[in-house]
Design a protein around this ligand. Structure first.
Ligand SMILES: *Cc1c(COP(=O)(O)O)cnc(C)c1O
Length: 397
């Protein structure tokens, strides 16, 4: 481990050198099957030819000018994203936390314009919105907040997937809801089908903004370009980042209607946000999702994988749930299972464990049938070995 890197991550002892699709090779030449995509970032896989060609060409032409000037590719990307939404406009930045910061600032100013002096945003338990001060304050995880008090005020917390709890809020300071369509870090928690629609109705009644954090769910991951498109619900604001540039840092905060008129000249900004290089990557991502039919692929493959995992774990009572929304897959155990990550790595498989007991799989949308089969076989082996071993240990005790 390198002592010149701040130890903010408990890193696994592997360093990758090269990638192609869902394969990665480490510095010793060992090959790994990537079922995590850099945490839902490389949705098109590694070294995707169209993205590589786009950024290589753009790097040779123009990397950065400034948002003091018009940026042609940013305008094109905004046209494409707002058309797909449908939304009215976009603010570009560089990460998910920053995209959510923009949404939080937007909601506060919206509140002030309504005459609310201390505007508050409704946020959820076990949510994750980022690591900046405002976004960690919005996050529903004490571990993320611990040590960074005082937290940013103006957040009111309710349980996730509980529209009644939202309905019961009687706080005149609330002006918006910020919520993930599926909680990623929170354990791949998929809300009831009508949850977002009901939040939409409450927001309409109370003139609150519905703001969706699509940083992890966006860009085809869940089987639609944006997850809300499966929920019969159009948000006022939503945020994107992770997969938007397939690894080139770019974030976006999209808005429509009244919400699109809040952040005016001088009210927000970003030096790098939406520069030509990042936008060239995002435009190539959108083209690839469309032309390679990857979104319907995410839908079909996600369901197929979940079904296969259910079959594999039918006899394993330690596996208490297998759930998915497209290629966002959670396999929940009845015990903490963080050790599985290193076991899988040893076997050449990249997975993640979140919320202590849920295996999170976020394979790239370009995953082939053969790779899917390999993933199911290997992971089933690893999990079954692990749960049998821990059962034996418990028996011995
Ligand atoms: C990853 C993530 C973020 C934070 O994104 P960064 O780019 O790390 O700042 C915010 N919200 C959700 C839902 C995420 O998954």
């Amino acid at each position: 481990m390198n002592s010149h890197i701040m130890p903010t991550y408990a890193r696994l002892p592997v360093c990758f050198e090269r990638g192609e699709g869902a394969w990665l090779w480490d510095t010793d030449g060992k090959r790994y099957l990537d079922a995590l995509s850099g945490i839902a970032v490389c949705n098109l896989g590694h070294a995707h030819p169209r993205v590589t060609a786009a950024i290589a060409a753009q790097a040779g032409r123009l990397v950065h000018t400034s948002n003091l000037y018009r940026v042609g590719l940013q305008e094109t990307l905004a046209d494409e994203l707002t058309l797909a939404g449908p939304m009215d406009n976009v603010f570009f930045c560089n990460s998910g936390a920053e995209a959510n910061e923009a949404a939080i600032k937007l909601a506060r100013k919206y509140g002030h314009e309504l005459g609310v002096e201390c505007p508050a945003i409704l946020v959820m338990e076990s949510s994750f919105h980022g690591r900046t001060l405002a976004t960690l304050s919005a996050t529903g995880n004490r571990k993320v907040q611990d040590g960074f008090e005082p937290l940013v005020s103006g957040f009111v917390r309710v349980p996730y997937d509980d529209a009644q709890a939202v309905e019961a809020i009687d706080d005149p300071n609330v002006v918006a809801i910020l919520v993930e369509p599926v909680q990623g870090e929170g354990g791949v928690r998929i809300p009831k089908l009508d949850y977002l629609k009901r939040l939409r109705e409450i927001c309409n009644q109370r003139r609150w903004l519905l703001m969706l954090d699509e940083v992890q769910t966006g860009m085809g991951r869940t089987g639609s370009l944006f997850a809300y498109q499966q929920a019969d619900c159009l948000p006022d604001v939503f945020t994107l980042a992770k997969a938007l540039g397939n690894g080139v840092p770019i974030g976006a905060c999209l808005a429509r209607g009244k919400a699109a008129e809040i952040l005016t000249a001088g009210k927000h900004g970003s030096t790098f946000g939406g520069n030509p290089l990042a936008c060239s990557a995002a435009l190539a991502v959108l083209t690839s999702l469309r032309e390679d039919n990857l979104i319907s692929r995410a839908d079909q493959l996600g369901s197929a994988l979940a079904e296969q995992f259910r079959a594999e774990f039918k006899e394993n009572h330690h596996v208490i749930d297998v759930r998915n929304k497209g290629l966002m897959i959670g396999i929940q155990l009845n015990q903490a299972c963080g050790e599985l990550v290193a076991m899988a790595l040893e076997q050449g498989l990249l997975i993640n464990v979140t919320a202590e007991s849920t295996i999170r799989l976020l394979p790239p949308l370009v995953f082939t049938d053969d790779q899917a089969e390999l993933l199911v076989m290997n992971l089933a082996n690893i999990v079954n070995t692990y749960t049998h071993k821990t059962t034996d240990t418990i028996k011995q005790l």
